[in-house]
Design a binder for this molecule. Sequence first.
Ligand code: NAD
Ligand code: GLY
Length: 358
Amino acid sequence: MITVTVDLKQRSYPIFIGSGLLNQPGLLDPYIEGRDVLVVTSESIAPLYLEPLQQMLGQSRHSVVVLPDGEHHKNLTTLNLIFDELVAQRFGRDCVLVALGGGVVGDMCGFAAASWQRGVDFIQVPTTLLAQVDSAVGGKTAVNHAGGKNLIGAFHQPLCVLADTDTLRTLPERELSAGLAEVVKYGLIKDAALFEWLESVAGKLINRDSPSLGHAIKRSCEIKAAVVAADEHERGQRTLLNMGHTFGHAIERCAGYGTVLHGEAVAAGSVMAATFSMRLGWISEADVERIKDLLVRLALPTQPPGMDAEEFYSAMSLDKKVAAGQIRLVLLRAIGDAELVTNYPGDQLLQLLREQLN
Ligand code: NAD
Ligand code: GLY
């Protein structure tokens, strides 16, 4: 087992990464002993991993809420199912919530923990690659609104993250690729060596080579932990973690939540951001091609589905990075070097959207 620490002083927490962690009794004991536990999971994850997790809970009094599966259920109506169970069980401020699942379950369980009785503890047990490299770490929790992605949420850090890499064996291929999109993102914004390594092991990653996946998870968590430790509430460098997301969230919203996977939208959005960076004279055409080649080898899309450019622009303008009415974009100075940009020609952005979307 490898442990990466998110250093937030008295709120620091470990990310445990390794094979077979869901069969390691005692690992969660320091966080749950003597406390009421509510496990939050989903219809498709419960049959696979609920039983081993319940074994780990030992004698703790616990209850389970099984949510309907999928991004289109990541909303206030589904969130209420968690509160209904907390009320039914009369769980108080000393309870612990455990998110067992992908980013959708993790984001919803985290938001429920952030708001139940003004905030209770929670633990992340991510079962998708995307959640293990990104969403379970860093304390962003949210649900979607019909008007935009993740618009309703809170920052709320978990007590610990337990990433059992064995769970990736049952992950559908498309979901594995979606997770790899976020690993590519870390390479693009912070770590050219990671990007080069991904180019050298793309085939192994797609074939679920354990050591390669383990390294990708560890390096991603190290990068994310460092960024979150430096800027927990996204007032500075944490915005860089949203590379490809301003375009990506608009893709998800305009295509209909759940149609294009989050990671797929990030992949296509990263190419849009890279292409715009090239047009501003920042990166070369060869770099854009390199990015596209890697994404193709990871079975990811390099362009969005056809959609209306004006509607897309309107969805982008609801992005959480919008400041003083201006859409802020994370663009690339080089592979491994990103920057948040406000000052760009707006007409060029609209032109890019019309070309890429219509
Ligand atoms: P997801 O949670 O919808 O999971 C993908 C699918 O895989 C689901 O159908 C799920 O049931 C299934 N699944 C999960 N684990 C499985 C396993 N081990 N075996 C078989 N099937 C399994 O999607 P995701 O990609 O994990 O997460 C995407 C969500 O994460 C989006 O809502 C996105 O906004 C959010 N996100 C949040 C952050 C953050 O910082 N909080 C960061 C990135 C993404
Ligand atoms: N996924 C972006 C962030 O956590 O900041």
